[in-house]
Write a protein that binds this ligand. Structure first.
Ligand code: NAP
Length: 316
């Protein structure tokens, strides 16, 4: 195939190395990369290949992002690396921690790119990440960003708000509760705002960045067109399910925090303390430069955009 040129005619990308391809965002990125004509090589953990989208021609490199030696030779003939791996819940007994999956895995991917001659590096981060925070999800995302920004590579960093679309975790979880419960728990006052962004738009931004030289060395916040209160989000999900506006039980933060701390050790408890803190601090973007740079008009979060909840609550 003909390599896809950067918009200024330099640094053409032909083959992309992708991590996190079996995940919610990764499956959409895979489809769009292949649709745009790229050859895609995916880092896949043993046993996970079955989660890749079907009917798409992909190259596979088996490995684990926590283990640097498993990345040896992985990037041969690739001109770009898209690093999506991340977690929302730690399972320390299995070595699944924010430190390992956000910071160490990113460092491993950066080193692999440096050592194996890949210049272009696109990093999935998270809106709200910063140096000074008690939240380990955001703190490790920040440190991962720093290792990318100090790498000397041609990097671009993306910081999405909560992402929605077929197979998402957040909206599907709320929809499951809404289906079975006459009332919805709301932590705190429910007035905190989130600006959900569609997975299709997030994936489109990653793909567009590969051929947009003006995105090099920049961080982009990715939000939907509107910031909605948590209670409005619940009502929108209910509307998409054809349900009446749900009754709400407001759980004060002083009760929600210890509850989440206690419950997070139970595998089926739906909320950890870290997730609760992410929710309570809200998730809005300080700017939306990405719309201009990548020419994307993000889809709104409204009942019609959540049609996937009606067909299936399961991952696609
Ligand atoms: N979803 C959101 O609302 C949201 C919002 C902001 C930012 N983000 C960020 O977006 C990224 C993708 O999120 P997502 O929702 O798509 O997550 P996801 O569905 O949980 O997918 C995570 C991916 O990471 C892979 N992975 C995990 N541990 C790995 C390891 N040790 N080695 C290799 N691969 C490993 C998983 O592979 P397996 O199939 O083998 O488990 C899977 O492909 C994350 O960095 C997340 O922090 C997500």
């Amino acid at each position: 195939m003909t390599p896809i040129e950067m918009k200024d005619g330099t640094g053409a990308v032909h083959r992309v190395f992708l991590t996190g391809a079996t995940g919610f965002v990764g499956r959409e990125v895979v489809r769009r990369l292949v649709g745009a004509g790229y050859i895609v090589r995916c880092l896949i953990r043993p046993g996970s290949a079955g989660k890749l989208p079907r009917g798409i021609d992909l190259e596979i490199h088996e490995g684990d992002a926590r283990e640097e030696q498993s990345l040896q030779g992985a990037l041969a003939d690739c001109e770009a690396l898209i690093h999506l791996i991340g977690i929302i819940r730690e399972i320390p007994s299995r070595g699944v921690t924010f430190e390992k999956l956000h910071f160490q895995a990113t460092l491993n991917m950066v080193r692999a790119a440096q050592n194996q001659g890949v210049r272009r590096f696109l990093q999935m981060s998270a809106n709200g990440c910063r140096e000074k925070t008690q939240n380990p999800y955001l703190a490790t995302k920040w440190r991962a960003e720093c290792s990318v920004a100090e790498s000397g590579l041609e990097w671009t960093i993306f910081r999405p708000s909560v992402i929605f679309g077929p197979g998402d975790g957040f909206v599907n979880l709320l929809a499951r509760v809404l289906r079975f419960s006459p009332v919805m728990p709301v932590f705190g006052d429910g007035a905190y705002r989130l600006a959900p962004v569609a997975v299709a738009d997030v994936a489109a931004a990653f793909v567009a960045a590969l051929s947009a030289r003006q995105s090099i060395g920049r961080k982009f916040h990715l939000c939907g067109p509107a910031a909605l209160t948590y209670t409005r989000i619940l009502d929108t999900i209910a509307e998409s399910l054809g349900r009446r506006t749900p009754g709400k039980i407001f759980i004060p933060e002083s009760i929600a925090r210890p509850l989440a701390s206690l419950g997070e050790n139970l595998p089926l408890f739906p909320l950890t303390r870290t997730q609760l803190e992410l929710l309570l601090e809200g998730n809005e973007c300080p700017e939306q430069e990405w719309k201009k740079v990548f020419g994307i008009d993000p889809r709104p979060f409204e009942a019609d955009s959540l049609h996937y909840l009606r067909t299936s609550g399961k991952k696609t």
